[in-house]
Ligand binder design. Structure first.
Ligand code: ADP
Ligand code: MG
Length: 503
């Protein structure tokens, strides 16, 4: 399969009083595994259910309960790793990360620190036609989510909802290869796209099934290139971590703010202190949540309740063989197979369902024309009405029917848009509608000639003018089109008018 080749985009540069600065960003993305049951219990993962209705004895940490790992969650994480071209570790292990919050009844989170399931991989982050940033993945580990503390239901009491407790998460840790706020958003968008193709995460940021901790530092131009291959990113400048972001817009704003804050400190001769910060979208600021001194001591140790996780190469290979075509490959194929631009291929492949719809329309037809109709008419209209492709009132077969009628010269482009409107509002078979409502294009030259003659006879003054000014031919064409209700074949009208006016 042809791989589109990409150049690296220029990093974002922020000019300061003492010279230019560049951004260095690494992300830890928490992606909720798409699975019906939790990581270590059979309780449902359904979102939005009655509080505390999906809680097993395991999730509530009743004494004596022991975890049993959900094989499907492991499979989903392996699938994600393969989709990110990562190494899969046949041996991994779970550790206990100890801390206490009411929404974590066990008093520890079962996670993977020392031996993650997935090792090094990479993602190509699309930054416009011909441009992509390669972001290295350091690891993906599997862990469980905590529940939810609710403080705004009662003035005096706090509540806890354990429905989310124990739901499987993948923590995807990147190297600090992201070089600007737009790239950070594009990186999450690409992870989300790949996981949605794979069916491993819904990627719905609003309902919290994709959240990110964003690590930001600033450096001087050239520093990143000097250190990018070492593991020692400390030389790049001290980073701050902005916790728990679940909006692309806020991620970008927080990075902008944080970079300028750090540059301000450094230019004043100060030092950035490594700390965890929170972004306040109302104020557009980040503020310190805890410094290094107050950092939790998680007292990690291997979880004694779970055996090391051993998987077989054959199982991993079978998962690899079952992977769907992924966005980069699909995009490249659309460019070669359908002759669409890389930009359009990107739009068409944004969601796997959109890509399938397009292919159903383009199959055996003019790919570029199909792309235009799908992107401009269909996606444009769906966006306007806030509908997904699954809710489209016009099916791929119907849209394909419209394109066939254009290809057969049965209708003009203008009538095709009217036809699309009818299909959208009323449904039906495109060819039957055209037939029944007399929308067929008039290609019968005798009929067109008659219409042209009538217009010429009725407008002698215009005819005189047109003899001197050939541009007036267009006016006659317009009149004929009007007289025929837009149904005359424009090519034929043009020819006949020019001929009759002696041009
Ligand atoms: P820790 O061991 O404290 O978890 P890591 O080295 O694993 O720290 O890094 C955590 C995240 O911070 C990773 O996503 C990594 O890419 C990012 N990171 C590390 N160093 C920097 C830096 N200098 N600037 C920006 N991000 C960084
Ligand atoms: Mg780390």
């Amino acid at each position: 399969m042809l791989d589109l080749t990409y150049d690296a985009p220029a990093p974002k540069v922020i000019p300061g009083a003492t010279g230019d600065w560049e951004l260095v960003i690494g992300m830890e993305v928490h992606a909720q595994v798409r699975s019906n049951a939790k990581l270590f219990s059979g309780a449902s993962t359904e979102f939005g259910a009655e509080p505390n209705s999906h809680v097993s004895f395991m999730d509530a940490a009743m004494p004596g309960m022991l975890p049993v790992i959900n094989e499907f969650c492991v499979e989903q994480a392996v699938r994600t790793g393969l989709g990110l071209r990562a190494e899969i570790n046949l041996k991994s292990a779970f550790d206990r990360k100890n801390y206490f919050y009411p929404d974590l009844p066990k008093g520890y989170q079962t996670s993977q620190l020392y031996h993650p399931l997935v090792g090094e991989g990479e993602v190509l982050v699309d930054m416009g036609p011909g441009l992509a940033r390669r972001v290295r993945i350091e690891r993906i580990h599997v862990e469980e989510d905590a529940g939810k503390s609710i403080h705004d239901m009662d003035p005096a009491m706090s509540f806890v909802d354990l429905n989310r407790t124990g739901v499987a998460l993948m923590e995807i840790v990147s190297r600090p290869d992201i070089r600007g706020p737009e790239e950070a958003a594009a990186y999450i968008a690409k992870l989300r796209q790949i996981m949605r193709y794979l069916g491993t995460c819904e990627g719905n940021m609003q309902s919290g099934n994709l959240r990110a901790d964003v690590n930001v530092s600033v450096c001087r131009p050239g520093d990143y290139e000097r250190y990018q291959d070492s593991q020692d990113f400390a030389h790049l400048g001290t980073r701050c971590e902005i916790k728990n972001m679940n909006s692309m817009r806020f991620i970008q704003q927080a990075i902008e703010y944080e970079a300028r804050r750090q540059i301000g400190i450094l230019e004043d001769g100060g030092k950035v202190t490594q700390e965890t910060r929170l972004y306040n979208p109302d104020k557009g600021e980040t503020r310190s949540m805890r410094g290094k001194e107050e950092a939790h001591d998680y007292r990690y140790f291997p979880c004694p309740d779970l055996l090391p996780l051993e998987i077989e190469q054959g199982w991993v290979d079978a998962i690899r063989d079952s992977l769907p075509e992924l966005p980069d490959a699909k995009k490249a194929r659309f460019v070669t197979d359908y002759g669409v631009t890389e930009y359009d291929a990107g739009v068409l492949t944004a969601e796997v369902e959109n890509a399938a719809f397009f292919e159903a329309v383009a199959e055996g037809r003019d790919g570029k024309q199909a792309a235009n109709w799908v992107i401009n008419e269909l996606f444009g209209r769906l966006n306007k009405e806030g509908l997904g492709i699954g809710e489209s009132p016009v099916s791929a077969a119907q849209l394909g029917g419209v394109l066939d009628l254009i290809a057969e010269d049965a209708i003009s482009g203008k009538i095709a848009k009217e036809l699309f409107e009818i299909l959208w509002e009323e449904g039906g078979d495109p060819a039957e509608i055209v037939e029944a409502r007399g929308m067929k294009q008039v290609t019968d030259t005798a009929a067109i000639e008659a219409a042209v003659d009538e217009i010429i006879a009725a407008n002698p003054a215009q005819v005189e003018k047109a003899k001197e000014n050939p541009k007036l031919v267009g006016w006659f064409v317009g009149q004929v089109m009007k007289a025929t209700g837009g149904k005359a074949n424009p090519k034929a009208v043009n020819q006949i008018v020019a001929q009759k006016l002696g041009q």
